[in-house]
Design a protein around this ligand. Structure first.
Ligand SMILES: Nc1ncnc2c1ncn2[C@@H]1O[C@H](COP(=O)(O)OP(=O)(O)OP(=O)(O)O)[C@@H](O)[C@H]1O
Ligand SMILES: [Mg+2]
Length: 261
């Protein structure tokens, strides 16, 4: 755990998100401080991905306030939230399957610089120097992810775990302050999960702040500084891992279910 929390980076206040009659989020308060690995857990359908969607501008919340880096980001478009410094990965891998690992990461950098994705795919860089910079940065990020040797491989041919790593690299290519990871260890075996834990710590230690959605409790308890728990769209607990593991409501809503599974 870091010695003291950094300044507030992300803050949700009383955020509500309704889809028709479904309250996916009900007056949720949530925050992430700079430099921490924050965890977001809860049963299926609890509203975890919806938190990412309202933060990144995929949905505009029905009510409530969301501040990033001291400014309101409610109502901003996705690219504006990216430019403000928030990047994410998705629960289901969304790489361009026919592009190489390096090209996929470069698309992330282009999103940051404002080059269009079709332009990037057609290799129509606005400026050659930008492309050179993007390429070098993408290679660095693949190195950080431990897969520099995969740079020229086509995404669809990569092992599943490496595809997940490329996704994280692509998110980092937008040069974010905050990285949102949606179940990055889904489908991993125990060895891959350990390796991913090390990787997430390494990413944090290299200067990023992380908000992690994850169902694997071993992984969450092991790497998160602080954890928030959602159940039916409501936050039912928040605290350091030991507090969460001992919380009656969390055990009843979630941990008990996981232990029984
Ligand atoms: N675009 C949408 N339209 C309608 N309902 C939605 C939409 N997105 C999410 N929901 C609903 O909101 C609730 C929360 O969904 P969400 O995907 O955020 O859950 P989650 O905690 O990420 O679950 P999981 O662990 O299964 O990924 C669910 O009832 C879901 O059906
Ligand atoms: Mg989800």
């Amino acid at each position: 755990m870091p010695p003291s929390p950094g300044p507030r980076l992300l803050e949700l206040r009383a955020v509500t998100m309704q889809f028709g009659g479904v309250t996916a989020l009900g007056e949720v308060d949530l925050h992430v401080d700079q430099g921490e690995i924050a965890g977001l857990i809860g049963p299926n359908g609890a509203g975890k991905t919806t938190v990412f969607n309202v933060v990144t501008g995929v949905f505009h919340p029905t009510a409530g306030e969301i501040e990033f880096d001291g400014k309101s980001i409610v109502g901003k478009k996705r690219y504006q939230v990216t430019q403000a410094g928030v990047a994410r990965t998705f629960q289901n891998i969304r790489l361009f399957p026919d592009m190489t690992a390096l090209e996929n990461v470069m698309v992330g950098a282009d999103a940051h610089h404002g080059t269009s994705v079709p332009g990037a795919m057609l290799r129509l860089p606005r400026h050659r120097s930008e492309e050179r910079h993007g390429r070098a940065r993408a290679a660095e990020l693949l190195e950080l992810m431990g897969i520099p040797h995969r740079a020229e491989e086509t995404a669809r041919n990569l092992p599943y775990g490496d595809q997940r790593r490329v996704e994280i690299a692509r998110a980092l290519a937008t040069d974010p302050k905050l990285l949102l990871l949606d179940e990055p260890a889904a489908g991993f075996n125990p060895r891959e999960k350990r390796s991913l834990s090390d990787l997430i710590r390494k990413v944090r230690d290299s200067g990023y702040t992380i908000l992690l959605i994850e169902h694997d409790m071993g992984l969450v308890m092991n790497i998160c500084d602080r954890i928030s728990v959602l159940d039916f769209g409501r936050k039912i607990a928040e605290g350091v891992p030991a507090e969460i593991q001992a919380d009656e409501r969390v055990i009843n809503a979630y941990l008990g279910v996981v232990a029984d599974a």
